[in-house]
Ligand binder design. Structure first.
Ligand SMILES: NC(=O)c1ccc[n+]([C@@H]2O[C@H](COP(=O)([O-])OP(=O)(O)OC[C@H]3O[C@@H](n4cnc5c(N)ncnc54)[C@H](O)[C@@H]3O)[C@@H](O)[C@H]2O)c1
Ligand SMILES: [Fe+2]
Length: 395
């Protein structure tokens, strides 16, 4: 047996604490003389932008767009694009979490393209090339630095994806020094997001492939071994670097074996209730896994030893899967993340609306190992609503 597949990723990945100090060298390598830096107020107020600018130290001019918000809307993209056009920039640096990196990716494409934002939603709609692009994640979560994806908020409550190989940057820079001050709650939620990327890549129905499988397993080893350490001791540079690498490996995995129902059910939570992306995933993860168990128990049981050696793998896959789900539920509680929709103050009568929205995420649902009907989604949200809250350890 063999699998036909394609695998694409970012050309150059630099994983080294402190490597941000070489940013000018990386710009020069790509022929960037007038970069746009795309970031958000959180990055400015915690001093990270000042750190980045200190490395430029007058060697190159810098244009800064720092108005990105979580789950960026179209207006953010268009504002950043206008600034880029006005200043005739010749390269883009995305500096922040997934929101800043996704904005940077789209701006880099639109700067070189005759297309407008509306033209490029969907899969492979980008026709042109892009400006040179460097992505520097400051959260260990989305893996956006190695995915050909950007997620944009398109209306009051809806998100849409742009998928194009042009969105893969030239360089991804993984520097854990930038994540040392990441608040515990963001560390935990973004870390779970990365774990979900690996889990969903490994069970991805259509494009599952040997590279993504290998990356997903190694990602889960790194993320599971370090997520509690970084929540307890945020300054642990080795654990932080391992989280960044784990999130990057998971990103490479799901970039080529796409995510599925966990993300499809998470997006409406972000859209309607502004719940951060990682936390939305965390709220539905155990319940989607329980739903998938009948079709994905073998894959889940293969992942179990990467997540914890405390799970007994000498039992049938269904039983291993149940133990794995319990382990993940306990982990989510230990990390201090809320674990029910009720605890998020979501009214029970909103579940039907959420389920209708999740069913629109067909791009993701097709990758789920088990077919998903509206009634299933509603039942999963109901289970997520009723989960028991337990005291947490870290927050
Ligand atoms: N492109 C992709 O492949 C992909 C995949 C998954 C999610 N996403 C998208 O990414 C976005 C979520 O990204 P995210 O979870 O990384 O969060 P984010 O970029 O929205 O940032 C969350 C918050 O954390 C702060 N922050 C980030 N790094 C920090 C640091 N080092 N220290 C202190 N504060 C810091 C930011 O200022 C912000 O307030 C969503 O829009 C989601 O849809 C994209
Ligand atoms: Fe995600």
């Amino acid at each position: 047996m063999f699998t036909n597949f394609q695998f694409n990723t970012t050309k150059s990945i630099i994983s080294e604490p402190g490597s941000l100090r070489n940013i000018v060298e990386y710009c020069q390598k790509l022929g960037i003389h007038n970069p746009l830096i795309v970031t958000d107020h959180g990055i400015v107020s915690c001093g990270l932008l000042t750190l980045l600018l200190s490395h430029f130290n007058g060697k190159l001019p810098t244009i800064i767009y720092d108005n990105v918000v979580a789950d960026p809307q179209e207006k953010i993209i268009n504002d950043a694009l206008k600034l880029a056009q006005t200043n005739d920039i010749d390269g883009v640096i995305g500096f922040g979490g997934g929101s800043s990196m996704d904005t940077a990716k789209v701006v880099a494409v639109l700067m070189k393209s005759p297309q407008s934002l509306a033209d490029i939603y969907g899969v492979d709609q980008v026709v042109g090339k892009r400006l040179p692009l460097i992505l520097v994640p400051t959260t260990a979560g989305t893996g956006s630095e190695v995915t050909p994806i950007a997620i944009i908020t398109t209306g009051e409550t809806t998100k849409a994806g742009i998928v194009s190989s042009q969105l893969l940057p030239d360089i991804a820079l993984l520097d854990a020094e930038l994540t040392l001050g990441l608040p515990t709650a963001v560390t935990a939620a973004t870390g779970i997001d990365a774990m979900v990327h690996a889990i969903e890549a490994y069970t991805s129905k259509i494009k599952k492939n040997p590279y993504s499988d290998m990356l997903a397993k190694e990602a889960l080893r790194l993320l599971s071994a370090n997520i509690e350490t970084v929540c307890r001791d945020g300054k642990n540079i080795a654990a932080r670097q391992n989280m960044l690498l784990g999130a990057c490996l998971a990103g490479q995995a799901f970039a080529n074996a796409p995510v599925a129902a966990v993300h499809a059910l998470a997006y409406p939570l972000g859209g309607h209730f502004h719940i951060p992306h990682g936390l939305s995933n965390s709220l539905v993860l155990p319940h989607v896994m329980r739903f998938n168990k009948s079709h994905a128990a073998i894959q889940y049981s293969e992942l179990a030893p990467c997540i914890s050696d405390a799970i007994n793998t000498n039992q049938p896959p269904q039983a291993v899967t149940e133990d794995l789900i319990t382990y993940l539920e306990d982990l989510i509680q230990r990390l201090g993340l809320p674990n029910s929709l009720k605890a998020m103050n979501i009214a029970e009568n909103k579940l039907a609306m959420l389920a209708q929205d999740a069913m629109m995420q067909t791009r993701l649902l097709v990758n789920n190992p088990k077919d998903v009907l509206y009634e299933d989604v509603l039942a999963i949200y109901q289970a997520a609503y009723e989960s028991q809250s337990v005291e947490n350890e870290y927050v």
